[in-house]
Design a protein around this ligand. Structure first.
Ligand code: RUB
Length: 303
């Protein structure tokens, strides 16, 4: 369990889908190995879920993945049933995330079927699957991918697109406005870390600026977001993770006394989004929230 928590915290494993699945399977395995009676299993499960969730506090997918395992464990009436149920619930969650990605790739690739230039930000496995499937189905795409400072997830994006036969170009983050102006961008397509109850998108820092610039130019903005990324929480209740200044710049490069602020997500207002591409198809933010919340468990086990 500590190894998985460390892998998520240090971003060796990153992206909402991947950390949610690793969190759920790690918790499932951990609970299966807990000794003692029901109170000990419940306490151990809660403790481990808390440690895992604290690794990436903005990610509701991680919270929902852990909740999917914790809920049946806390509902179990004997310790053996709780231990048995945990890995089963984890596997079911991973299967649901996988099915969600497949369905979104299907809907998203239909949306992009006409081909053209797409701008994306950061690295989202869900977005990559949409783009690769669209290209494989014959859409003639060209993807502009931001480098995504400071962690440079854009490099992962262009490698994955290149491997999937999708023509792409890497740009620095500050080129977004110029690229929107000069490269006939037809769509902006980004991932989703978390979607709040009012439809606000939480995604890699910079997403809000990309979306605002796109809206000013009349370019539609879509976010590929499975229902497991939605939450009943209002946007103000979701913290924006801040990471070490050393991820931005070595300490020795900054004059003493100068602060470096490194928020790694930002909030995009639902009014800037054309749709969330969900398992059910592209939906306006309001409709996506309604559908997603109808599928979430009534109480969130980690609440
Ligand atoms: C990654 C990020 C991605 C979403 C969606 O941030 O913001 O757009 O997590 O990814 P980080 P996916 O690199 O800080 O984890 O579609 O793979 O769930």
């Amino acid at each position: 369990m500590p190894e998985a928590a460390d892998a998520i915290r240090t971003m060796r494993v990153r992206g909402a889908a991947a950390i949610a699945c690793l969190g759920a399977t790690t918790l499932g395995h951990h609970v299966a190995g807990l000794a003692g009676g029901l109170p000990a299993v419940h306490a151990g499960a809660r403790r481990a879920a808390g440690i895992l969730f604290a690794t990436r506090p903005t990610a509701v997918s991680l919270r929902n993945g852990l909740g999917a395992v914790l809920a049946p464990v806390l509902a179990a009436t004997d310790a053996d049933a709780a231990r048995a149920e945990a890995p089963v619930a984890a596997n079911a969650f991973v299967a649901a995330v996988d099915a969600s990605g497949q369905a979104i790739a299907e809907h998203g690739s239909s949306l992009l079927a006409a081909g053209g230039a797409v701008l994306t930000h950061c690295h989202s496995t869900t977005v990559i699957d949409v783009l690769r499937r669209a290209q494989a189905r014959g859409a003639d795409l060209h993807v502009y991918a931001t480098e995504t400072r400071p962690f440079r997830q854009g490099l992962v994006t262009v490698r994955a697109l290149h491997d999937g036969g999708v023509p792409c170009t890497l740009i620095v983050d500050s080129a977004v406005s110029h690229v929107l102006e000069t490269k006939a961008i037809r769509w902006v397509l980004v991932g989703a870390d978390t979607v709040a109850a009012d439809g606000t998108l939480f995604n890699k820092v910079g997403t809000a600026g990309v979306c605002a610039l796109a809206q000013r130019r009349g370019v539609p903005v879509h976010s590929a977001a499975g229902f497991y990324k939605f939450t009943r929480q209002p946007p103000g209740a979701i913290p924006i993770e801040e990471r070490a200044p050393s991820e931005v710049v070595p300490d020795s490069d900054v004059p003493p006394g100068v602060a470096v602020f490194n928020p790694v997500f930002d909030r995009t207002a639902p009014g800037l989004l054309t749709s969330y591409i969900t398992e059910a198809g592209p939906r306006t933010p309001g409709e996506a929230v309604r559908q997603a919340l109808g599928r979430l468990p009534a109480s969130e086990a980690l609440a």
